[in-house]
Design a protein around this ligand. Structure first.
Ligand code: S3P
Length: 170
């Protein structure tokens, strides 16, 4: 077992617009942990926005950088990391993430996600409602592989963070 697998490294998984960053920050504050956003780690390392990486280098390169950023998380402890919506889809990433920390799927209804991200130019994979529904359907099985699933339909970020903290204590 990896030394980090002691629940002090928490990964929030879920679709674009699920609230991973907002809830992740609230959870980190509540636990007294550091907060990281995987897309921001990629942006810091490359000096390019996610959108630039997709348009200039392509999605395959983005996924490679994403995997590299996940690997860099093996060094972290007492941290909450919000993952990008595609990061938990690849099997290698899933096994690594589950080996080094606890994964939580923030399962927000598609309508809620769409209302948050509609028109957002910084999300290169954002498409029509039907395309987003199909993408979420395709990804649900991977997300469901998380250690814990939190249905995020009625609670606010603060309440969700308390619910996750409670799950992690069990
Ligand atoms: C992606 C989600 C984005 C970002 C990239 C790809 C995806 O992160 O990593 O645009 O494949 O769903 P958010 O989930 O924070 O939007």
């Amino acid at each position: 077992m990896n030394a980090n697998q002691n629940s002090t490294l928490i990964f929030l998984v879920g679709f674009m617009g699920a609230g991973k960053t907002t809830v992740g920050r609230a959870l980190a504050t509540h636990l007294g942990y550091q907060f990281f956003d995987l897309d921001e780690l990629i942006t810091e390392r490359t000096g390019k926005s996610v959108q630039q990486i997709f348009s200039e280098l392509g999605e395959t390169e983005f996924r490679r950088l994403e995997r590299e950023a996940i690997q860099s998380c093996t060094k972290l402890v007492r941290s909450v990391v919000a993952l990008g919506g595609g990061a938990y889809v690849h099997e290698d990433n899933r096994s690594l993430l589950r080996a080094i920390g606890k994964t939580i799927w923030l399962d927000s209804p598609l309508e809620v996600c769409l209302a948050r991200i509609r028109g957002d130019k910084s999300r290169p994979l954002l498409g029509s409602e039907d395309e987003m529904r199909a993408l979420l359907t395709q990804r649900r099985k991977s997300y469901a592989d998380a250690d814990h699933i939190v249905t995020a339909d009625e609670l606010n970020p603060e309440e969700l963070s308390l619910k996750i903290a409670e799950l992690l204590r069990q």
